[in-house]
Ligand binder design. Sequence first.
Ligand SMILES: Nc1ncnc2c1ncn2[C@@H]1O[C@H](COP(=O)(O)OP(=O)(O)O)[C@@H](O)[C@H]1O
Ligand SMILES: [Mg+2]
Length: 224
Amino acid sequence: MGHGRDAVVYDLGDGSVLRRYRVDYDHSNEVAALRHLHAQGFPVPRLIAGEADGRDMIFERIDGPTMLREMMRRPWLAGRYARQLADLHRRLHAITAPSGLRELGREGDGADDRTVLHMDLHPDNVLLSPNGPVVIDWSNASAGPAGLDIAQTVVIMTVAEVGTIPWALRPAVWLMRRVFLRAFRAAAHVDPAPHYAEVCRARLRDPNLLPVELRRINELLARA
Ligand SMILES: Nc1ncnc2c1ncn2[C@@H]1O[C@H](COP(=O)(O)OP(=O)(O)O)[C@@H](O)[C@H]1O
Ligand SMILES: [Mg+2]
């Protein structure tokens, strides 16, 4: 069904999907986040199996396209999708982090500011189901200040290269991204600005970074 840098996802045909990491991986952090979010009523796929260490997790299959796919099909709705994504951030950041989740952010951030963070919450990790949007891909879930999550989304959408898109379509896609980003920042419930530098520095450590992405991150860093 999909494959990213870290995992491959298979449809098991019985209403569930298998997410297999490329390497053995301790997903207790992801499991802790998913359990807590499910209990709090946040829209995540139900975890069917994946307790132990290993490479596999089995989830309830969510029917519906990703927000990214829908937006590519109907780019004039970019502003509306941006507000929907900002709303998902707002709902997520209303949830206090459970103990045991990976911690991010600086020392001295108030304890009350430590909400659940997704840390990869962009339109390719939102499935638009008939019952509303569902957020997937919680492998980076953490506890920390909400602005960090917003900053991460802005930086990803500002710098990530759109590899598989034909050249002829790229100007239109960049325009859509700009509209999306402007609406997303305007609708965001907290200010991401204090976190841009930290997020950029963390992205510089990504070994899969393309030269053009490196250049864009350094431009952002110079302004942060
Ligand atoms: N619970 C699910 N239900 C339906 N499709 C899923 C589900 N989880 C993942 N997918 C599909 O697999 C793709 C990749 O999943 P994701 O968890 O985002 O992994 P990654 O981005 O690391 O490859 C998604 O874009 C989606 O198409
Ligand atoms: Mg993903």
